[in-house]
Design a binder for this molecule. Structure first.
Ligand code: NAD
Ligand code: UD1
Length: 337
């Protein structure tokens, strides 16, 4: 399995994964509609790797264009990152999310099937565990969705399970990411959210760089040691390496497999602030604010299955995630612009 199509490959996790694929001698083609990313990320990947990557600006909803791509190349497999991911926006625009994420994935699978390309790695999310009442979460935990974004991930998981059940030639890896943060150590690629960030780490870096005044810590009355929410933050490079391991696993023709990609360690919002301050010797002004609706108190992964079956383990610490996120932000205060 050498020739890989990466959908959403100019995005945050996609760009880091393309770099790892190139380092592991894969031939990579990237497609993205650039709705939530910039082509500059791929230019940086090319510079870092000293290699060229074919890029096609294609929307997954444009099935003829997708078919054309599969006529042009002979892919061995697909890593499918492309999708919309903002929870709040998905509540406001559910039809956009269902169409983009679900119809887009159906188009991709149909074109893959027509071209006898039946190896797929899909970007799922810890969001499929809904609002969990206990952690660590194994892959066997009950599944639910608490917003339209989560519903798209859950629905796609079900679609892919049915597809593989109907045709055992398919080999599919569902990767449930926990909270990917950080950036490549070069500081040349990283997370570049539009507008005010929703997620904790990009918010912290923008406060640190002075773009935002202070961080609001959503809730200090959770049943956790310091009262703030606990999550499983994982370095984006560890997530990217998880995809290389998932591709290697697909060579064993495992059918449909599901893995959590996390560190297995929970950190609170205050832990994160402290780690960021210690790693980078900067102060993060913050205030306590009400809980954000829909947030779980505690969510972290049991990662033993991925360790056992993929021979993969996250290796970066919280301090390193904070250091690399800050390095990216200071080198690129306005992102890829
Ligand atoms: P991202 O927004 O940076 O990357 C997604 C890419 O998909 C973007 O470049 C966007 O332009 C592209 N895209 C969206 N719709 C498309 C379409 N119809 N056709 C072509 N391209 C399209 O997001 P990311 O953080 O890199 O996430 C990658 C994947 O991982 C997403 O599916 C996301 O839901 C999932 N995920 C992300 C996180 C996270 O915290 N970042 C956590 C769990 C799961
Ligand atoms: C978010 C998504 C979830 C997705 C996950 C991983 C929401 C509501 N949920 O969840 O669907 O699967 O990312 O990408 O967006 N926090 C603050 N202040 C802030 C921002 C966040 O205190 O300004 C807190 C949150 O309450 C939470 C923690 O920081 O306790 C992490 O938040 P965030 O980075 O948004 O990730 P998730 O809540 O895990």
């Amino acid at each position: 399995m050498k020739s890989i199509l990466v959908t959403g490959g100019t995005g945050f996790i996609g760009s880091h994964t393309v770099l790892e694929l190139l380092a592991n001698n894969y031939q990579v083609v990237v497609m993205d509609n650039l709705r939530n990313s910039k082509i500059e990320s791929l230019k940086r990947v090319e510079k870092l790797s000293n290699m060229h990557v074919d890029f096609h600006k294609i929307d997954l909803l444009d099935k003829p264009a997708l078919s054309g791509l599969f006529n042009k190349y002979k892919f061995d497999g697909v890593i499918h990152f492309a999708g919309l991911k903002a929870v709040g926006e998905s509540v406001e625009k559910p039809l956009l999310y269902y169409t983009n994420n679900i119809t887009g994935t159906l188009n991709l699978c149909e074109v893959m099937q027509e071209n006898q390309v039946k190896n797929l790695v899909f970007s799922s999310s810890a969001t499929v565990y809904g609002n969990p009442d206990q952690s660590p979460l194994t892959e066997n935990e009950s599944l639910s969705a608490v917003n339209p974004y989560g519903q798209t991930k859950l629905t796609i998981e079900f679609i892919l399970k049915d597809l593989q059940h109907a045709d055992s030639d398919w080999n599919i890896s569902l990767l449930r990411y926990f909270n990917p943060v950080g950036a490549h150590k070069s500081g040349d690629i990283g997370e570049d959210p539009h507008g005010i960030p929703n997620n904790l780490m990009p918010f912290i870096t923008q406060v640190a760089v002075g773009k935002l005044k202070e961080l609001s810590v959503f809730g200090n009355d959770y049943p956790t040691p310091d009262g703030t929410g606990i999550r499983d933050y994982i370095h984006v490079v560890d997530v990217a390496i998880g995809h290389i391991k998932a591709l290697e696993k697909l060579r064993e023709k495992p059918g449909l497999v599901t893995y959590n990609l996390g560190t297995g360690k929970g950190s609170s919002v205050l832990d994160m602030i402290q780690a960021f301050e210690n790693a980078n010797s900067v102060k993060i002004p913050y205030k306590f604010a009400p809980r954000r609706p829909g947030d779980a108190a505690i969510c972290y992964a049991d990662v033993s299955k991925a360790e056992r079956e993929l021979n993969w383990k996250a290796k970066y610490s919280l301090q390193e995630m904070c250091r690399d996120a800050w390095n990216w932000q200071t080198k690129n205060p306005t992102g890829f612009d």
